[in-house]
Design a protein around this ligand. Structure first.
Ligand SMILES: [Zn+2]
Length: 134
C-alpha cells in the first residue's frame, strides 16, 4: 500500500498481531468505522489523542469538536504528526489523512470546519488512543 518508508514500519503480520481486526481494517486497509460506533466520540476530558499504531500524539482535545457526523472531529492536528494524500476512491476526491510516523490511515480532512483553521479532520476513533492529561 505505501511506497514510502515511515519511521515506524511493521510487517503485515505484525500489524495484524498488534491491532484489533477493526483497527487493522481501518488503519491498514483504509476502512471506515460505523458512524457513532466509537466511545472516543464522546470523550470530553482534556488530553491527547495518540496513534493506535505507534503512540505518536496526533490531536489535542482542545481542538476536538462535535461535528454531528458520528466520527471524532478535530480542527487541527499536532504539527507535523499527520500527512495527507489525495483519495479518489468511491468516485469522490477527498483528502486522506494518515500518521506521519507509521503511515496508518486515520480518516479524511474536509474544508468545512469551524474557525480558526476552517478544517474538519474526520478521524476514525479506533485509530486513536486517548490519554487524559494529568
Ligand atoms: Zn502512527
Amino acid at each position: 500500500m505505501d511506497a514510502k518508508t515511515y519511521p515506524v514500519t511493521r510487517t503485515d503480520a505484525e500489524w495484524r498481531a498488534m491491532l484489533t481486526p477493526e483497527q487493522y481494517q481501518v488503519m491498514r486497509h483504509h476502512g471506515t468505522e460505523r458512524p457513532g460506533s466509537c466511545a472516543l466520540l464522546h470523550e470530553k476530558r482534556a488530553g491527547t489523542f495518540t496513534c493506535a499504531g505507534c503512540d505518536q500524539p496526533l490531536f489535542e482535545s482542545k481542538l476536538k469538536f462535535e461535528s454531528g457526523t458520528g466520527w471524532p472531529s478535530f480542527n487541527d492536528p499536532v504539527e507535523g504528526s499527520v500527512e495527507n494524500t489525495v483519495d479518489r476512491s468511491y468516485g469522490m476526491t477527498r483528502t486522506e489523512v494518515h500518521c506521519a510516523n507509521c503511515g496508518s490511515h486515520l480518516g479524511h480532512v474536509f474544508p468545512d470546519g469551524p474557525p480558526p483553521t476552517g478544517l474538519r479532520y474526520c478521524i476514525n476513533g479506533v485509530a486513536l488512543n486517548f490519554e487524559p492529561s494529568a
